[in-house]
Write a new protein. Structure first.
Length: 149
């Protein structure tokens, strides 16, 4: 899994300057869950908590990263975009911005890959959670699409 995860880190650093500025980093990936994190300091607001835009970006990139890693595992060459998203800010984040995306069931992933292979495009729903102090601070749900290059 490390080789696949390294592709995500490389993509982020090569194509997304905002990710570099936020100091967003891959913390772990085991094929079933992806954790990305960023320090509070470059993502802080005037209230000394995490900026809402940074929280959104960490969440959107964690789910984007899960979709990307799954396409890499299956050797797909595709373009990928977020098509819609919803975020709920439940409580302030006063420390590291850490988001987790759990992969959907294998049947959902198989359908996603099969649809892309047969139609040249596919969509998948993913969610992420950001926790702080042992409780959920942010809930995020989004739909991602992959398209033939």
């Amino acid at each position: 899994m490390n080789e696949i995860a390294d592709k995500l880190t490389g993509f982020f650093h090569e194509h997304l300057p905002l990710v570099r500025h936020m100091e967003l980093a891959l913390e772990s990936y085991d094929g079933k869950s992806l954790v990305l994190s960023a320090p509070l300091e470059p993502n802080i607001n005037d209230k000394q908590t995490a900026f809402g835009g940074s929280l959104y970006n960490v969440a959107v990139m964690t789910c984007w990263g899960m979709a990307y890693l799954k396409t890499q595992e299956y050797g797909l060459k595709c373009n990928q975009v977020v098509t819609k998203a919803n975020i709920d800010y439940l409580s302030p984040v006063r420390g590291t911005l850490r988001a987790t995306c759990i992969a959907p069931e294998q049947a959902v992933i198989d359908e996603f890959i099969e649809r892309f292979n047969s139609r040249g495009r596919a969509k998948i729903d993913l969610s992420a959670r950001i926790t702080c102090g042992g409780k959920t601070a942010v809930e995020f749900q989004a739909q991602y699409a992959i398209l033939k290059e």
